[in-house]
Design a protein around this ligand. Structure first.
Ligand SMILES: Nc1ncnc2c1ncn2[C@@H]1O[C@H](COP(=O)(O)OP(=O)(O)OP(=O)(O)O)[C@@H](O)[C@H]1O
Length: 353
């Protein structure tokens, strides 16, 4: 769990210092006041990952050069400093660490739930691959390392494929990195999807009162043999200037009652599927890692009908720390009363007595 969070020049916060208890907190405020930024900072601190910033520089408060995020997570004291000229500087227990993998070894777990999760059903395959990658990276450091290597090699190989002068030896060298790391990624994604399908199917059944069958399946973008397929497609790849086989072309297929969810699920069913996928993520992480994730719930409860809201609360582990943002407390009918409440306004966060 997170017991302390400190921010400096993060988004609209010049500074913030929060002590948190095991149950979590409710952050209440109008739109654009800084609620989501607090959850984003927690996600950065624990996983070095922002669910919404394309670039780290976007998180630095306007007209400043450097941001700081620090805090106490799962009994480790963590600190991030970032500036565009010096990049990311990390510390664990007050000691600098050079590698992100070393920082992440502290091993905190996060589930982020937000209204944009509906894109998991409606959006492109990249949204679903990111969902799997965020889980995979929390399940094993090995997965994260393979993913980073794969993505770097893919970028370099695509660059070479666009250049007529690039040599076969160079292309082969990058293909080898894709093969080595791609196999691990495919293998782990396939195992993850099998377990997620069971868990998400169960959540969907409980939220829909047993009426709906949700199933997940993994469709490999590598074919049966990535090495062979890379060789076979190389001429086409040279023409197109990009690598066309590999895990970056994987799909996570979602079906509801046997039909593709993106094409046939109603708006309400899609919302339930999005919840089911995220709740399944939490259950998988908990089972595999033997500890509870922190749940970051970004403004979802005001949007949900009572039945779905109750179903989500019933499914969230009681002991898990939950950080919840909301624009109003109208929905809070005794469901979640024990957590401290904070008012967030123009980048200032104050405890509501
Ligand atoms: N780098 C930045 N520096 C300063 N302010 C920023 C930066 N990035 C975003 N903001 C601003 O911070 C404010 C808070 O954004 P945030 O998304 O945290 O609000 P919110 O309270 O969650 O709003 P909503 O309820 O609409 O989701 C917004 O006004 C946004 O424009």
């Amino acid at each position: 769990m997170i017991s302390q969070l400190r921010l400096m020049n993060f988004r609209c916060f010049e500074s913030l210092s929060l002590e948190m208890n095991a149950s979590g907190a409710l952050f209440v405020g109008d739109n654009a006041q800084g609620k989501t930024s607090i959850l984003e900072a927690v996600c950065m601190l624990v996983r070095l990952h922002s669910p919404r910033a394309g670039r780290n520089s976007h998180m630095v408060k306007f007209e400043n050069n450097e941001l700081g995020v620090a805090g106490s997570c799962w009994d480790s004291e963590l600190q991030i400093r970032y500036s565009s000229h010096a990049g990311m500087k990390l510390q664990v227990e007050g000691e600098p660490v050079d590698r992100q993998a070393e920082y992440l070894a502290a091993g905190g777990l996060i589930v982020w739930m937000g209204n944009e999760d509906i894109e998991l059903i409606r959006g492109s395959g990249s949204v679903r691959r990111r969902y799997l990658d965020f889980i995979g990276s929390q399940l094993s450091l090995e997965y994260r390392v393979a993913l980073v290597r794969y993505q770097r090699a893919l970028k370099s190989r695509n660059h070479l494929l666009k250049d007529q002068r690039s040599s076969q030896a160079e292309l082969d060298a990058y293909a080898q990195i894709l093969i080595e790391n791609g196999q691990l990624i495919s293998q782990q994604r396939s195992e993850m999807v099998e377990r997620l399908s069971e868990l998400a199917g169960d959540v969907q059944r409980s939220i829909s009162a047993g009426n709906e069958t949700l199933a997940l399946s993994y469709q490999s973008g590598s074919g049966d043999d990535l090495a062979e397929n890379l060789q076979m497609t190389e001429q086409r790849e040279r023409r197109l200037g990009q690598t066309v086989v590999g895990p970056h072309r994987d799909e996570l297929k979602l079906t509801i009652n046997g039909m593709p969810a993106g094409d046939f699920a109603s708006e309400g069913q899609q919302r339930t599927i999005a919840l089911a996928l995220k709740l399944a993520q939490g259950e998988l992480l908990q089972q595999a890692r033997g500890k509870l994730p922190v749940y970051l719930l970004d403004d979802i409860f005001g949007e949900l009908d009572t039945q779905r809201r109750n179903a989500v609360f019933a499914r969230l582990p009681e002991q898990a720390q939950k950080l919840i943002t909301t624009t109003n407390l109208d929905w809070l009918d005794g469901t979640y009363t024990e957590a401290p409440r904070y008012r967030v306004s123009s980048g200032v966060c104050e405890l509501i007595e």
